[in-house]
Design a protein. Structure first.
Length: 600
């Protein structure tokens, strides 16, 4: 088992071969990168060899030596941290024979009152229920019990054998009986309610108890000595939590980290943190700084993307292959020179050098060329070769090599405040501010914030806010808009996060539809806008029964981008956020992608 796992780690960062790419996966990857978003399932890397080798070394050590390891990916905004995390998650997720893997964000802890450990356990339980159930049944059944043993003696045996506290032992003992096993396993999996606690007459488990749940799971040989990987993306969001939330999150994380080192087997914790946030955390004398001293030795630094001929050549080759797969669109070597020239001109005008921005720019240039050039379809795209006999009209590679030194960056003629890194950092601060306000708001306050944000997005996408009908009821959740005389839209916007509440909101949306029909308004398109994470089978059935209501589920990241849009202070911030949000509006038929927008 370990041998197979170690081999999988060896192959972790291999680029997906051309013959194994599909049209769908290539489209998804290009769409994400076009919109400066990390692909969910990345299929290639450009360089970063040092980081890749260090990550593999730590993962292999954790598996082969039965120990805990920590990997903290650090880099500037846009240099590929989430790209790495998404790739590792998609790679290991499909190999259930050798790995357990969960992926979460700081925002996910809100459901568990900012308790990171409970969030980890709940994710493990949700993703691997059968293994979780079997593991704990094995653990409890391996403890022999004598006939006629009293309950207290049985409890003492479990406490001593497993080295757990009283409350956890009381839950574990309930696994022995069929009528209480299901409730017990839900409590162990941090997925219980008051009903299960009342049924077993036990207390809510503590953070310490749930750390022991993770320890018992990772150390049990019944799970086949798999490597358990825990991924936490955008760790820096924890530094933007309100003070009361930080005072829960960071002590909880410290408790987990201190226990995992000596007590966990075959567990690897991987997190990502921006370089800017890391520097800020070191400047404070508080709990976060104390936590940072534990994490700092585990840093794996990502190299900043450098604008060199070799790097751009590799990048263009990968992108070209995916265009061929996705659109049957081929880029030959002569066309590659045209694309290179335009890319370098654009990067020179913006002083942009981070990986995310370069990739997005490259894809948008190719998009703009598609309708203007025809290519020889007889030859497949292999490795593109830059035509070295054709002199480029300018030598910008040497400029970028120099501009990435401290000497050039210090010159007055380069405005760092307008660089993508600075802009993304500004937007990141705004997002923290927006999320803090969101966390402190009531349900009504959240609806008001989201409605205002959604209205601002519509205005920036060319919609006009209007009054379509006069009913006052529902105005706190209703957005009415038009694009022209014939295109009228009503958006029912909700922030409901539970399935039950979401269904209640959908019923309110249907009443809104009935009001429209009573007013003899038939030309309106009605959209139900809701958090996609709360979507369930019952809601899907509702959409099937009511096709006149358009399904506009938005992921939590888009909700946060919308909230941040409300706080945007200047045109650059506004355009950056609109660019991130627009794909959701395009997918819902509210916008058409402008192929020439790059050159406007």
């Amino acid at each position: 088992m370990k041998t197979q796992g170690l081999e999988e780690i060896d192959h972790l960062f291999e680029n997906v071969r051309k013959e194994n790419l599909t049209a769908e996966s290539s489209k998804n990857e290009l769409n994400a990168m076009r919109n400066t978003q990390p692909p969910e399932k990345p299929t290639f890397f450009v360089n970063q060899e040092r980081a890749k080798e260090e990550i593999k070394r730590k993962l292999k050590g954790s598996l082969s030596e039965d120990k805990f390891s920590c990997i903290l990916l650090q880099g500037v905004i846009g240099d590929g941290k989430t790209h790495f995390l998404n790739h590792m998650y998609s790679h290991f997720k499909k190999n259930k024979e050798n790995f357990y893997i969960i992926k979460l964000r700081v925002e996910d802890t809100e459901r568990y009152k900012r308790n990171l450990v409970k969030t980890m356990v709940a994710e493990l339980f949700s993703n691997y229920y059968e293994d979780f159930f079997n593991t704990f049944h094995t653990i409890i059944n391996e403890i022999p019990m004598l006939d006629d043993v009293t309950y207290e003696n049985e409890l003492n045996i479990i406490r001593m054998k497993l080295n757990v506290a009283d409350d956890l032992a009381k839950v574990l003992i309930k696994l022995r009986k069929a009528d209480t096993a299901r409730a017990a396993i839900r409590i162990l999996g941090a997925s219980n309610g008051r009903t299960e606690l009342k049924k077993l007459d036990v207390k809510e488990l503590s953070s310490t108890d749930y750390i022991e749940v993770l320890r018992l799971f990772s150390n049990c040989s019944a799970n086949g000595e798999k490597l358990f990987i825990i991924i936490l993306d955008e760790f820096e969001h924890a530094y933007g939590l309100p003070s009361y939330a930080r005072n829960i999150f960071f002590p909880n994380f410290k408790q987990f980290y201190d226990a995992a080192g000596p007590g966990f087997k075959r567990v690897s914790f991987i997190a990502a943190l921006t370089e800017q946030s890391a520097k800020a955390s070191k400047s404070k004398e508080d709990m976060e700084t104390a936590m940072w001293t534990r994490l700092e030795p585990n840093i794996v630094e990502l190299d900043s993307f450098r604008i060199t001929q070799e790097n751009i050549k590799q990048l263009l080759n990968h992108i070209a292959i995916r265009y061929e797969k996705a659109y049957e669109y081929l880029i030959d070597s002569s066309m590659s020179n045209e694309i290179m020239k335009e890319l370098l001109k654009h990067l020179n005008s913006t002083q942009a050098t981070n990986y995310r921005y370069v990739v997005s720019s490259l894809i948008r240039i190719i998009d703009s060329k598609k309708d203007n050039f025809s290519f020889n379809l007889s030859k497949p795209t292999e490795e593109l070769v830059i035509d070295k006999t054709e002199e480029l009209e300018f030598d910008l590679f040497s400029f970028f090599e120099n501009s990435q030194t401290e000497e050039i960056l210090g010159k007055d003629n380069i405005n760092l405040d307008t660089s993508p890194n600075a802009l993304e950092l500004q937007v990141s601060k705004l997002k923290n501010e927006a999320v803090n306000a969101w966390d402190k708001s009531s349900g009504q306050g959240r609806n008001s914030q989201m409605k205002t944000s959604f209205e601002k997005a519509l205005i920036n996408f060319g919609f006009n806010l209007t009054k379509i009908f006069t009913h006052k009821k529902g105005t706190s959740t209703r957005v009415e808009a038009s694009k022209n005389v014939d295109d009228l839209y009503v958006f029912y916007v909700t922030t409901a996060k539970t399935g039950k509440t979401l269904l209640e909101k959908f019923e309110e949306c249907l009443k809104l539809k009935d009001d429209m029909m009573n007013d003899d308004i038939h030309r309106i398109k009605l959209y139900f806008v809701y958090p996609y994470e709360a979507r369930n089978d019952s809601l899907i059935e509702k959409f099937i029964l009511h096709p006149e209501v358009h399904d506009m589920g938005l992921e939590q990241t888009i909700y946060y981008d919308l909230l941040t849009l409300r706080l945007a202070k200047n045109k650059d911030e506004l355009n950056y956020l609109i660019h991130k949000i627009e794909d959701s509006f395009i997918k819902n038929g509210l916008l058409e992608r402008d192929r020439n927008e790059f050159n406007k």
